[in-house]
Design a protein around this ligand. Structure first.
Ligand code: ATP
Ligand code: ZN
Length: 220
């Protein structure tokens, strides 16, 4: 599919990054059909949109089913580490092309009021719930911390109340969700925003289309 003359761009189908991704592509001068379906090809545009869950985008790009993708840096790095851990040959050229200036958030530790957190070593011996086990494992290893990772695919903020974990490592933007669950943010391990990325060595025809995305405006 990715060998055609169109540049295939994978974006989030719904959720927080969908409308800003479409707006970004539009502002770069690409004709986008806003009434798109799961798979959209417009003859007049030079871009094919593939609209899927954000979690699937890194694999679609890594397997060169799509030429480029837009996801949060958090999802990109998590899936990059996961793919590298599970694939014998590391994915070639799996790299960020540019930051896009929207979808800002951070991956942070947050603790309930009964947990003391003054320094990173206070994490030793704790159970930490997260949807980002690869990023968290890497951080814990790099900082010599011995903690147990509890994986949850979502609603991580309820883990302490359910006694599934002592601490969480989750995405924070405004901090409102944490407040509502009596949690306080104590340490950021990753600053994130939406990024454009690829894993392909693109043809010169596709490079030309990509250049309008690379040089296009940063929203926000
Ligand atoms: P999907 O249905 O595509 O799997 P999702 O529920 O995994 O969607 P969203 O909640 O739509 O994902 O978030 C998409 C991305 O938006 C996140 O990966 C992150 O990069 C960014 N983001 C910005 N602010 C926040 C926030 N407050 N909470 C979570 N993600 C945020
Ligand atoms: Zn997702």
């Amino acid at each position: 599919m990715a060998d055609k003359k169109y540049l295939t761009v994978a974006i989030q189908k719904n959720g927080r990054l969908n409308s800003d991704s479409l707006q970004f592509l539009g502002e770069c001068g690409l004709t986008i059909n806003f009434d798109f379906k799961l798979y959209d090809r417009k003859k007049s545009s030079k871009v094919e949109l593939v609209c899927v869950r954000d979690d699937d985008i890194p694999r679609l790009v890594a397997e060169q089913i799509c030429d480029v993708g837009i996801v949060g840096k958090n999802v990109f790095l998590e899936r990059k580490i996961a793919l590298e851990a599970n694939v014998a040959t590391p994915v070639k050229n799996f790299e960020i092309i540019r930051n896009l200036g929207f979808g800002a958030c951070r991956l942070s530790f947050a603790v309930p009021n009964n947990i003391v957190f003054e320094k990173l070593t206070d994490l030793n011996g704790k159970k930490i719930a997260t949807s980002y086990p690869y990023l968290l494992k890497k951080f814990l290893l790099e900082n010599n911390i011995n903690a147990q990772i509890v994986y949850l695919s979502g609603s991580v903020e309820i883990a302490p109340k359910l006694k599934l974990a002592d601490i969480i490592c989750d995405l924070v933007a405004t901090g409102n969700t944490l407040l509502q669950h009596d949690l306080r943010e104590v340490y950021c391990i990753l600053n994130s925003e939406a990024i454009l990325f690829t894993a392909s060595e693109l043809s010169s025809q596709k490079q030309l289309i990509l250049s309008s995305l690379v040089g296009g405006p940063v929203d926000g």
